[in-house]
Design a protein around this ligand. Structure first.
Ligand code: ZN
Length: 467
């Protein structure tokens, strides 16, 4: 692993503790030191910590949040009895709709300062959530720790290629963020309108600024990597590349690593929890932030899936007291690894993040076609630059393609045949060749939109931590 530069060491030891701790009154530096120690706990110590934190959280929720109080009464639950995970698993699993309909009843009588935010895309269900100040600092610390596994921790010179914030910020906020980002050595480029011209510009910026870290949405960076290869452009290699917000396929990792000549580290996070998991330098899976989040993988009946099997991601935030999220099914699907990482950290591994539930295509025989079928299919036709699959009803799928050069007839025939093999003969597919495909509101390239379509914008964790 590359050693940290002088600036990174100075930033970590001096600048960050002074600015974050003394000037802003935050405990993030202390929590980061604690989080870095916690990753080396024994498996038993981590399990004891989790169970105790779960019991305390549930007692807090039952005592202070009207919604949990009512649930406990209705279901005969008592948080004081949680001395084993089996008792905890009697607590209900929440989904987005439950949280939205519960509204303010989810909030605790916690009177300290809170940060309010919301998730939800243009067609999704907006979900308001809030977290307390202490939890905000702990989740920032957990995120710094996870990025540190990629040598992308505090003070590393970072270029983000990410969806930019839509809300125009006040001048005060812009000045503040500008100063913080300069100190942190972070710079963000928008992945909106990611066309040939902007990719040429971004290549120029890479040559001039030589970032140590590139932090990007997966799909725009993959497109950028293809652009670099096709134009025989070699940017100065960064130390490492962090990708997130979108599913990373193996062929995308290969293309990105080959173009930038640097290792790719997959991360998994969301606005509600910040960093849920990240790869260490062994790349054996994503270490779960298990000291601050309790993550379960459950089957359709709510039972834990065996390691190696795919299931629903259900998360309990162990630190947030302002709006406890206990057993929250976030709509993602993942696979728990069969073993721990060889690096020695006890934080368990996710073997992979699978398609989001919303990215499934419903077939007429009741089966579901995982959305990841399409990226794997389309990659075999180099002329396809971008695509989007949208299911409009049970028997119709629209597929938009941006091609350059035009797809030749035999390739198109082959593509249609392979698609029909998987979707069945009843489903009608409407093919549409277009000049461009708009990105989602948060700048993501949504490749598959299912019937219950919705998307959740994920703002850059780096921006979230400036709050
Ligand atoms: Zn590891």
């Amino acid at each position: 692993m590359t050693s940290r530069s002088l600036y990174e060491r100075a930033y970590r030891r001096c600048v960050f503790p002074v600015v974050s701790g003394r000037l802003l009154g935050r405990r993030t530096a202390r929590y980061l030191a604690a989080a870095e120690a916690a990753q080396w706990w024994s498996v038993d110590t981590l399990a004891r910590h989790q169970l105790q934190a779960i019991a305390e959280l549930c007692q807090h929720a039952q005592n202070n949040c009207p919604w949990y109080r009512a649930q406990a009464e209705q279901l005969g639950l008592d948080a004081r009895r949680i001395d084993h995970l089996d008792e905890f698993r009697r607590w209900p699993v929440l989904n987005r709709e439950t949280v939205v309909s519960a509204g303010e009843l989810m909030y605790s009588d916690h009177s300290g300062p809170v940060t309010c935010s919301a998730t939800g895309g243009s067609t999704g269900i907006p979900m308001a959530y809030r977290f307390d100040r202490d939890s905000g600092q702990r989740r920032a610390a957990t995120t710094y720790r996870g990025y540190g596994w990629a040598s992308a921790g505090l003070g590393a010179k970072t270029l983000s290629i990410w969806g930019t914030d839509f809300q125009p910020a006040s001048w005060r906020r812009r000045v503040r963020d500008g100063m913080i980002n300069r100190l942190k050595r972070q710079r963000t480029l928008s992945c909106f309108a990611f066309d040939t011209k902007s990719m040429s510009d971004y290549f120029g910026q890479l040559q001039r600024t030589r970032p140590q870290i590139i932090h990007a949405y997966t799909n725009p960076l993959y497109e950028f990597a293809r652009f670099l290869r096709e134009n025989s452009l070699s940017p100065p290699p960064p130390r490492s590349i962090l990708v997130g917000a979108e599913r990373l396929h193996g062929f995308q990792r290969d293309e990105i690593e080959s173009a930038f000549k640097a290792p790719v580290f997959e991360t998994y996070g969301s606005r509600e929890f910040l960093l849920i998991g990240a790869e260490c330098d062994r790349h054996e899976g994503l270490h779960i932030s298990a000291d601050t989040l309790f993550l379960e993988i459950l089957d359709d009946d709510g039972q834990p899936t065996p390691p190696g099997d795919e299931g629903h991601v259900v998360i309990t935030d162990l630190t947030n007291r302002a709006m406890p999220l206990i057993r929250f099914a976030n709509g993602d699907r993942a696979i728990a690894a069969r073993s721990l990482c060889s690096c020695g950290r006890s934080l368990p591994l996710l073997a992979g993040i699978r398609g989001r539930v919303l990215d499934m295509i419903q077939l007429t025989d009741g089966a579901r076609l995982p959305g990841e079928f399409f990226p794997h299919l389309m990659k075999d036709y180099p002329a396809i630059r971008r695509f989007q699959v949208r299911q409009t009803d049970e028997q119709t799928i629209q597929i938009q393609l941006v091609t350059n050069p035009p797809l030749d007839d035999s390739d198109f025939a082959d593509l249609r045949r392979r698609t029909h093999e998987r979707t069945g003969s009843v489903v009608e597919i409407e093919w549409d060749f277009v000049d461009s495909i708009p990105l989602t509101q948060s700048g993501k390239h949504q490749v598959v939109i299912g019937l219950d379509a919705g998307h959740r914008p994920v703002s850059s964790p780096l921006m979230e931590m400036n709050r």
